[in-house]
Design a protein. Structure first.
Length: 191
């Protein structure tokens, strides 16, 4: 919001499209086998519900309303990693649980096809987060240190993005060297 406010002060267009990603299934994978069965595959959805509640509160704030009146667009929640990693869980678990306004779901092809075949849209994600706090408290009582899991997932995510970025730069450098070498070789037709 500070960036949008700055753009408005500078007379720039405040309609900046963006997303805030939450990698849902990674939460459940991080605690798989470490929690009681009744908590299996529930952490990712609870974290997403908690984030959605905070998001909706932000959109309801006077500060955001002023920005929206100036033409700003809300940053949208992006549910990433919504393919189920647990073979015992429904392959559309996260997709069905996270249907909500102002969100995007980047499900893998396999999950998209499964949802097209048999997925159901039930109730929308509640703006107040529903049972998120209750479920998260159950994880804490089961010995899960949520901040520790969050830190671990953030580090793993940053490392994965760094690795992808480095691979991309390496590929570009390799292609640039090949193009430079190709230009250095005289064309036989020019002689």
């Amino acid at each position: 919001m500070r960036g949008i406010e700055r753009r408005i002060r500078e007379g720039l267009n405040p309609a900046v499209p963006s997303v805030a990603s939450i990698f849902v299934s990674r939460w459940d994978k991080a605690v798989q086998g470490k929690v009681p069965e009744e908590l299996r595959d529930r952490l990712g959805i609870a974290v997403a519900k908690q984030a959605y509640r905070a998001y909706r509160e932000l959109l309801g704030s006077a500060r955001w309303q002023r920005l929206e009146n100036e033409g700003a667009r809300p940053q949208r929640m992006l549910w990433a990693s919504t393919g189920t990693k647990d073979p015992e869980a429904s392959d559309v678990l996260y997709v069905e649980a996270l249907v909500a306004p102002l969100t995007i779901n980047t499900m893998p092809d396999k999950t998209l096809k499964a949802f097209a075949e048999r997925g159901k849209i039930g109730e929308l994600l509640p703006p107040d987060g529903g049972d998120a706090e209750e479920v998260l408290s159950a994880f804490v009582r089961a010995g899960v240190e949520l901040q520790g899991v969050a830190g671990q997932l953030q580090k793993e995510g940053a490392d994965a993005f760094d690795e992808s970025w480095s691979a991309l730069l390496s590929c570009i450098e390799h292609k640039a060297r090949n193009l430079t070498a190709a230009r250095a070789v005289p064309n036989a037709l020019d002689q």
